[in-house]
Design a protein around this ligand. Structure first.
Ligand code: NAI
Length: 630
């Protein structure tokens, strides 16, 4: 299909991320005292050359006089430009090698810095058209070949005319001069390249806007190296996901759509058909019905801690990996716990209330330091163990109990049973997870075991404490203070009234599930979740996915990676390997992990393969999803 096509590519801001003259100015004017003023003059001259108030050749002449470059500067420029090749060009080096007979670089720039860069990609020297510098014997630039059409207005058009290419011409570039080739009738299509700059007057003229070379290759069925253009991967971010996350996803090249609110099941069903990556917070319910409509969905990012709002099993069965941010707000919860321990030990909630009523009760009764007191931490996971470290540094004696074997941090003491912990603690802080068996794990019997005057904190999950029993024990004075951030039933929105037996109780701190709600935690989440999503898309890594087998993979080098997700039934791996063997493909590395529902197999192969193989892999019985990374 390429046999009758010629691809004409611009250099500045297309092949490289920058305009070469800007980079040259940074080099040749480096130590010049009037550097800023000269750069401004150069910019004005560039604009005059473009808007026609000065001929392009005259503008070029005057700019060069201001830059006064020499051989050495140009050598440095080549080094700089080599590091500034557009990312999608670097990714697709094999395209240039494979089609070099049909690729032309046509630029108003200069051979001296274009040739070394593009020939490294395999572009043929005779297919590069640009201007030539004239040097004096000291190696200083004293002019250029003024007969060259490329130093004149409409130069690219004139150059194309002279080339008289015998087939379709496709032009890729970011500037108006690139569009002019199409306008003159010498090119069949103009692809506006927007990876580095976007120029409004060019975009409106383009046949296609190509945010990267990947898109151009995909559109023309020429992709030799990349799997799928990232700009075709639609990302939908709901519920005002933090701007840092939006920025990261955009920088990755995804096509990102952002929504301030959540969506109802019905709205989401409608919207999700074209979405490949969904980002939500805690309000959006991703039900089995929503997932049924999500035929392109590859991954869901929960920009929060909990994942109850997502039907994780249904997602796994559809081959959709779910990621969350389990540790991003650990520190925030710990800090709130520390604050509450101090406040409750000093009886501050009651004191605050009285002061607001105008009552001055200066007294030390029922006020204690936390130093030297016993803190009993139930659940020594991420939060419990970090609380252990901070509390100890404030002088508390830390005891902990966990059903799993957990290493004691610092000088903390492990308790053999919950009973042992409850009997010894002055403060009990609950940090277990919300598994159903933890329902009411603190009830009437447990309160009986606690010391009189104990302080109880629950910043974990509402159903863990029997609130009736807690209320009784606060009212009868057995519990001296309590902090609750989580409740068995929590209002769905800020408009709903908070109803709880704990309202109005003495020395009781009630907070609306904000233990982890700090701006720092939000920002941590905003970095963590996109990182996981991109890793999954780019490498297949499922590390810390909440519903997929967790595989941490080596970096892919000089190989193709085949990613196969299937129902976990016996024999699929054997079929995958038989298919590869039948196609004469040698396996460079293979990784397999399964969960109850799905099997996840990564196979790295280092040989080119036929597109037929992809079809065969997809048609293996029990395949849920299959994709290839290059
Ligand atoms: P984690 O999973 O790292 O730790 C939980 C620990 O509890 C594990 O070590 C587990 O073995 C242990 N455990 C479970 N059941 C137990 C039992 N019956 N007895 C003793 N140990 C038991 O969880 P992480 O991240 O430390 O979170 C702890 C809790 O805090 C969770 O319930 C989580 O939902 C909640 N949380 C609350 C936030 C808030 O805003 N208030 C924010 C973040 C988490």
């Amino acid at each position: 299909m390429i046999s009758n096509k010629y691809i004409v590519i611009d250099f500045d801001s297309t092949f490289t991320k920058v305009e070469a003259f800007d980079a040259l100015a940074d080099i040749s004017l480096k130590d010049h005292p009037q550097r800023a003023a000269i750069k401004k003059q150069i910019e004005d001259l560039t604009n005059q050359g473009m808007d026609g108030s000065l001929s392009f050749r005259e503008s070029l002449k005057q700019r060069l006089a201001l830059l006064s470059p020499n051989q050495q500067h140009l050598e440095q420029l080549v080094v700089v430009l080599r590091g500034m090749v557009s990312e999608s060009f670097k990714r697709n080096k094999s395209f240039f090698e494979e089609y070099n007979g049909r690729i032309y670089i046509i630029s108003n720039g200069f051979h001296a810095f274009i040739d070394p860069i593009v020939t490294e990609f395999g572009v043929k020297k005779e297919n590069i058209f640009a201007n030539k510098f004239h040097f004096n014997d000291k190696g200083e630039v004293i002019g250029f070949d003024e007969d060259n059409p490329l130093s004149a207005n409409n130069g690219k058009v004139e150059q194309l005319k002279r080339l008289n290419l015998p087939g379709d011409v496709y032009v890729i570039g970011d500037g108006y001069t690139d569009y002019e080739i199409k306008h003159s009738g010498l090119a069949n299509k103009f692809f506006a390249f927007t990876e580095n700059v976007e120029r409004g007057n060019v975009l409106s003229k383009a046949d296609h806007i190509t945010p990267s070379l990947d898109e151009f290759l995909y559109l023309n069925n020429l992709n030799t190296a990349i799997s799928y253009p990232k700009n075709r991967i639609n990302v939908l971010l709901l519920e005002s996901v933090h701007p840092a996350a939006v920025k990261l996803m955009k920088e990755e090249g995804f096509n990102v759509e952002v929504y301030p609110a959540g969506l109802t099941e019905e709205e989401l069903c409608e919207k999700i058909a074209n979405v490949s990556i969904l980002g939500i917070r805690s309000k959006t319910q991703v039900t089995a019905k929503v997932l049924d409509c999500a035929n392109r969905l590859m991954a869901i990012g929960a920009f929060c801690i909990g994942t109850n709002q997502i039907d994780l099993d249904a997602a796994a069965k559809k081959g959709i990996a779910v990621f969350n941010a389990p540790y991003s707000n650990t520190r925030s919860v710990v800090e709130l716990a520390i604050a509450e321990i101090i406040m409750l030990m000093r009886n501050l909630p009651d004191k605050f209330a009285k002061m607001h009523l105008g009552q001055w009760e200066k007294s030390a009764s029922n006020s204690f330091e936390i130093r030297g007191k016993n803190l009993g931490i139930v659940g020594y996971g991420s939060i419990g163990s970090q609380l252990s470290v901070l509390a100890e540094s404030l002088g508390m004696k830390v005891f902990y109990y966990d059903t799993e074997e957990k290493l004691a941090l610092g000088n903390a003491t492990k308790c053999k049973s919950l009973k042992e912990l409850l009997q010894i603690a002055d403060v009990v802080s609950l940090h277990v997870d919300g598994r159903p068996s933890n329902q009411h794990m603190i009830g009437p019997e447990e309160f009986k075991l606690m010391k009189k005057g104990v302080i109880l904190l629950n910043l974990s999950r509402g159903h863990i404490v029997d609130v009736k029993a807690l209320k009784e024990n606060i009212l009868n004075g057995h519990v001296a203070g309590s902090g609750a951030d989580v409740f068995e039933y929590e209002p769905i929105s800020n408009a709903e009234e908070f109803v709880s037996e704990l309202r109005g109780l003495p020395n009781t701190i009630l907070t609306p599930h904000i233990g982890g709600s700090t701006l720092e935690a939000q920002e941590n989440i905003a970095h963590f979740v996109p990182g996981k999503l991109m890793d999954y898309i780019n490498t297949g890594s499922t590390s810390q996915s909440v519903n997929f087998p967790n595989l941490v993979l080596p970096i892919l080098e000089n190989a193709h990676r085949l990613i196969h997700i299937h129902n976990n039934v016996p024999g699929v791996l054997a079929k995958i390997n038989a298919t590869l063997a039948n196609n004469g493909i040698n396996i460079a590395g293979q990784y397999l992990k399964t969960t109850e529902h799905i099997g996840y197999v990564i196979t790295d192969i280092n040989k080119d393969y036929d597109r037929e193989l992809i079809k065969e892999m997809r048609s293996i019985e029990h395949t849920i999803k299959f994709r290839v990374l290059y």
